[in-house]
Write a protein that binds this ligand. Structure first.
Ligand code: SF4
Length: 422
């Protein structure tokens, strides 16, 4: 075993109340228990423990915002560095992929003869499919692209998640006997009605891929891109010698800025209207972006994009953070007359994304007041046979939370099928 991994496991206190698992980990992975097994050299046993709650360990171990999740709740972090939980998890799952331990995970026949359709092969869909297939259900994934992974395949750059790891993870899930129909998009070449006729239950797990807009002047100029689309389709312009402004403070903003810098941009600015400590991006990603030469303009907001046909300049304004009644965190307020202009060649909007409105509305399912699919605590939609999770149900936007939605839905679907309630 790698020396560092051994050291990390010895640093864990094996806390009986498990704050890392219970408070920190969206999947409630039994962190002290799996770390103890690794420490004692039983890595396959550690994998078995983790497998009860996750099938994406190699991925979550690499890309989760650990300091905001498990490591952020680690007791060791109170006075010093937290245990490197992510690295230990990735190590265990990488070993499982290498040694094909996933082939030895126990399956049951509880759902034998039951057919479930899963729409979307991202983290929610893959996790839901895996847990259903482990219970003996016949699962078919309908995926609009010609490869699985969703955001993992199209939205996360290679320097954060190696394609090889993703491919092996997907293969380990498909080895459970899951069938995949590629090139199938709901509302285009398959309908919900068709699926309802052919399956006992349906899980909708396609994500959100329409980049949100800020609705500012100049947003329609040539040279303005949506961050998600840029990462998803990879059709970047030539950045050589160019100046690029990336607007936003999440991991998409970090991934875009680092990708663009690596593609040769002369200057890449991340413009974020709040303070650094309020950035939703993982601390590690921010530090790495800084090391790579990305410039951060905290407490600055873009107000206009200027140019004739294409982007030539941007106008920004400085902000101050103000405590407002009823708000849990300080709110950025524009400082009057602090506007200034910067020469710019491209602007990338990384301010969030949402599911395709027409697609959601066309499903004939109830929507909630925010425009997402309305689901109950079991991820069931207004149609008792149809479940949904991840971005389209407005779940928290990290991979681990999407996986949690997929796993919970699989559990609810399983219970519903066994009890003949669907
Ligand atoms: Fe180990 Fe930290 Fe979890 Fe305690 S909180 S069991 S030290 S990882």
């Amino acid at each position: 075993m790698n020396e560092n991994i051994q050291k990390y496991t010895e640093y864990c206190l094996n806390c009986p109340v498990k704050p890392c698992s219970q408070k920190g980990c969206p999947l409630n992975n039994d962190i002290p228990a799996f770390i103890k097994q690794v420490k004692e050299g039983n890595v396959e046993e550690a994998y078995k423990i983790l497998s009860q709650t996750t099938v994406l360990g190699s991925i979550c171990g690499r890309i989760c915002p650990h300091l905001k999740q498990c490591e952020g709740s680690c007791v060791r972090g109170i006075k010093g560095e937290p245990v490197q939980i992510g690295e230990i998890e990735a190590y265990v799952f990488d070993e499982a992929l290498k040694n094909e331990w996933y082939k030895r995970i126990e399956k049951t026949e509880k759902l034998a003869g039951k057919k479930v359709a899963v729409v979307g092969g991202g983290p929610a869909g893959l996790t839901c499919s895996a847990f259903l297939a482990r219970s003996g259900s016949e699962v078919t994934i309908y995926e609009k692209y010609n490869k699985l992974g969703g955001i993992l395949a199209h939205g996360i750059p290679e320097f954060r998640l190696e394609k090889d790891i993703l491919e092996k993870t997907i293969n380990s899930i498909l080895s459970l006997g899951i069938h995949v129909e590629f090139g199938k998009e709901l509302g285009k070449n398959i309908s919900l009605k068709e699926l309802e006729e052919n399956y006992d239950a349906i899980f909708l797990g396609f994500g959100a891929n329409i980049p949100s807009k800020m609705n500012i002047e100049g947003e329609d100029l040539e040279g303005v891109y949506g961050g998600n689309s840029l990462l998803e389709y990879g059709n970047h312009p030539n950045y050589q010698g160019k100046k690029v402004a990336v607007i936003g403070g999440g991991n998409v903003a970090m991934d875009c800025s680092r990708t663009i810098k690596r593609l040769g941009a002369e200057k890449v600015y991340v413009i974020y209207r709040r303070a650094e400590k309020q950035m939703p991006a993982e601390v590690k990603e921010i530090a790495e972006a800084k090391e790579e030469g990305i410039e951060f303009l905290f407490q600055n907001n873009i107000v206009k994009i200027l140019g004739d046909k294409k982007v030539e300049k941007i106008e920004c304004i400085k902000t101050e953070l103000v405590k407002k009644e009823g708000e849990t965190r300080e709110v950025p307020i524009n400082i009057e007359n602090s506007n200034y202009e910067m020469d710019m060649d491209y602007v990338v909007m990384a301010v969030g994304s949402s599911p395709e409105k027409e697609v959601l509305e066309g499903l004939g399912l109830e929507l909630n007041k925010w425009g997402y699919l309305a689901v109950d605590e079991n991820h069931r939609t207004s149609n008792k046979k149809i479940f949904a999770g991840g971005d389209l149900a407005g779940d928290k936007g990290t991979v681990a939370w999407a996986a949690r939605a997929g796993r919970d839905a699989a559990c609810a679907i399983g219970d519903g099928l066994i009890l003949h309630k669907l």
